[in-house]
Design a protein around this ligand. Structure first.
Ligand SMILES: Nc1nc2c(ncn2[C@@H]2O[C@H](COP(=O)(O)OP(=O)(O)OP(=O)(O)O)[C@@H](O)[C@H]2O)c(=O)[nH]1
Ligand SMILES: [Mg+2]
Ligand SMILES: [Zn+2]
Length: 351
């Protein structure tokens, strides 16, 4: 609601309109307001100053949905302070025509399957939910220009494991540098990866295969090429791309809001995929993350924690994992990688 004057807000708020005396104004509230059983389900595509762009999916659609409608909605007062974020499934009532100037109301937020959160840095108590209901986190890293920063990759991995999202390493700008060093660093973690380079005829099949049937959030520093890639994957929708400053090696934060786009279906039978392009981040604060959950992403090591002391951090002298690995039950490189991730909150290599 920020940024809207109170007069304007009144004009746009259907709740206000409803209680004004008028032709239909004396209708008892209980008849129109109970559980909103008539609410249509929509998907929040993007949020801009209290306005939510929501997609009402064509329920009859199969192979190539054509009846989708994108509408603008606001949060109904009854939702109070409950946040609505990109990716939320919401119940919407009111004017669902999608005509310009129309405004519907979000009356319900469905339970989230997943939430990807971050704090601006580790000292920041204020955590933001970046996206709800995603399946996969694409950690987008340029191989050069800007230089890869493994600290951010590690932090994003921890955030993905914490949120229960599958991580996917997307290494861009392979025309400028080789991916070998980075891949060696992440090999033991077994993280899925794709390597891309922009050229007149991109080979997008490997990344499309990884995105099919999932909702994937693209995160990474500014200038790594998130939007360039998303534009290529969703050619009908072109967002602005920036350029990387030659002096600082940084992008210019060209993208300023998260936006969900539907991927075209390329092969029959392939599930529908969605991508969420997000603004570049300088760092990925992990204040909210419970590090004891990270081990759950390492089943080969989690099986060896029985002899650990209570509340073991798995990065201390008595940790049972050293013996587990020494006995040949798991690859020492995996333990090394896990410990690097567990330390990522303390490591300060600058960003
Ligand atoms: N050489 C090369 N340049 C690329 C490649 N992909 C993207 N770029 C360039 O990198 C610059 C930044 O790209 P964007 O797509 O705007 O980067 P972004 O990650 O969306 O940046 P923010 O929106 O600021 O977070 C643009 O000038 C792109 O043309 C690539 O594979 N190779
Ligand atoms: Mg961008
Ligand atoms: Zn331990």
């Amino acid at each position: 609601m920020a940024g809207l004057g109170s007069n304007r807000r009144k004009d746009l708020d259907e709740d206000d309109i409803r209680i004004r005396p008028g032709k239909r104004g004396s209708r008892p509230r209980t008849r129109t307001r109970p559980k909103h059983e008539d609410a249509r389900e929509g998907r929040v595509l993007t949020v801009d100053r209290g306005r939510y762009t929501c997609l009402l999916e064509d329920e009859s659609a199969d192979e190539s949905p054509t009846g989708d409608r994108s509408i603008t909605a606001m949060k109904a007062r009854e939702l109070g302070r409950k946040g609505v974020v990109v990716g939320d499934r919401v119940g919407i009532v009111g004017d669902l025509s999608g005509e310009s100037g129309s405004l519907a109301r979000i009356v319900r937020v469905e339970e989230r399957r997943s939430t990807l959160r971050r704090t601006a840095d580790d000292d920041d108590p204020y955590e933001r939910i970046i996206v709800a209901n995603a399946d996969q986190l694409a950690i987008v890293t340029a191989l050069a220009d800007p230089e890869p920063r493994p600290r951010l990759i590690d932090r994003c991995l921890v955030a993905a494991y914490d949120a229960g999202l599958e991580p996917l390493l997307v290494l861009t700008k392979a025309d400028l540098a080789s991916p070998d060093d980075l891949l060696a660093m992440y090999g033991a973690l077994g993280v899925e990866y794709v390597v891309t380079k922009s050229e007149s005829n991109w080979d997008l099949d490997p990344i499309r295969a990884r995105l099919a049937g999932k909702t994937t959030v693209f995160v990474g520093h500014s200038g790594v090429g998130k939007t360039t890639l998303v534009n290529e994957l969703v050619p009908d929708h072109q967002r602005a791309v920036g350029h990387v400053n030659e002096v600082t090696g940084r992008g210019r934060h060209t993208t300023t809001s998260a936006l969900t786009l539907r991927l075209p279906v390329f092969e029959r039978g392939e599930g529908q995929g969605w991508v969420v392009d997000t603004p570049g981040v300088r760092s990925f604060g992990l204040n909210h993350v419970d590090l004891s959950r990270v081990i759950n992403a390492f089943p080969d090591l989690a099986a060896g924690t029985e002899d650990c002391p209570r509340a073991c951090s798995h990065d201390e002298p008595d940790c049972g994992l050293d013996a587990w690995v020494a006995a040949g039950h798991a690859d020492p490189a995996r333990l090394y990688s896990l410990r690097r991730l567990l330390k990522t909150r303390e490591r300060d290599e600058g960003d």
